[in-house]
Design a protein around this ligand. Sequence first.
Ligand code: A2H
Length: 255
Amino acid sequence: EGVGPQEYTAIKIKVLEWTEEGKKTLEGKLPEGAEVHLVAATLRPETMYGQTCCFVGPKISYGVYQVSPTEFYVCTERAARNMAFQGIFPERGVYKSVATVLGSALVGSLVYAPLSVHTVGVRVLPMETVLATKGTGVVTSVPSDSPDDYATVTDLAKKADYYGIKKEWAELEIVPIINTPSYGNLTAEFLVKKLKINSPKDAKPLAEAKELAYKEGFYQGTMLIGEFKGEKVEAAKPKVREILLKKKEAFVYSE
Ligand code: A2H
């Protein structure tokens, strides 16, 4: 990773249905008609068509931050502090949470992932390798193109009972988003199998897969879906990002 600031696209993933635990935690703390968004930091906005779930760290503590009279963001306090100095909140430097909630209490919530082919919503699921010290602490899952995401959804489906989730939440269809000459149209699955990655904790081969997937996808990839179908990823990426920003389904977040 470089020394300069990293500029992410922060995707607003709206909560459609809370878990019982989530409901209890938020009871009386939000105004009538409030909209709450989990905020996921991504470097691959062009892949958002393929979102199948939204990951939180089950042991990570999240705050609920007010951004307008009726809108709230869920992210780590660390991210909220950064946002407060990037003009994302109404008052510069101010980031007071109306509630805190553990990631595990969010698991199972139904959320709306913008641009995703899964338009009825996707589930919030646990990812133990989410870092509290990077991005917003929320990661949107694109198992077609992210080896980490593919390894995690595979593991979640295999051990659904252990994770306390419904198996089908981890088994939404993985639709091809990008074609590449070396890895075909499901890059993450191809590389996870090729490098014999068995678990989301196989950190070393996953780092290698991530590097290979990123380079091949960005420089050689062609879009298979969406407004810029047929275009090179390099050209489509900023355009998909612009669409998300224009529709207010995303904002720029740096750290
Ligand atoms: B990326 P970098 Cl399709 N902990 O988005 C762990 N991982 C995190 C994170 C956190 N707190 N915050 C963000 N990330 C993930 C899409 C994607 C991503 C694809 C392919 C590769 C990829 C869908 N998940 O990342 O350390 C997010 O996943 C591999 C580069 O700042 C984010 O982009 O370089 C990426 O890691 C940011 O990682």
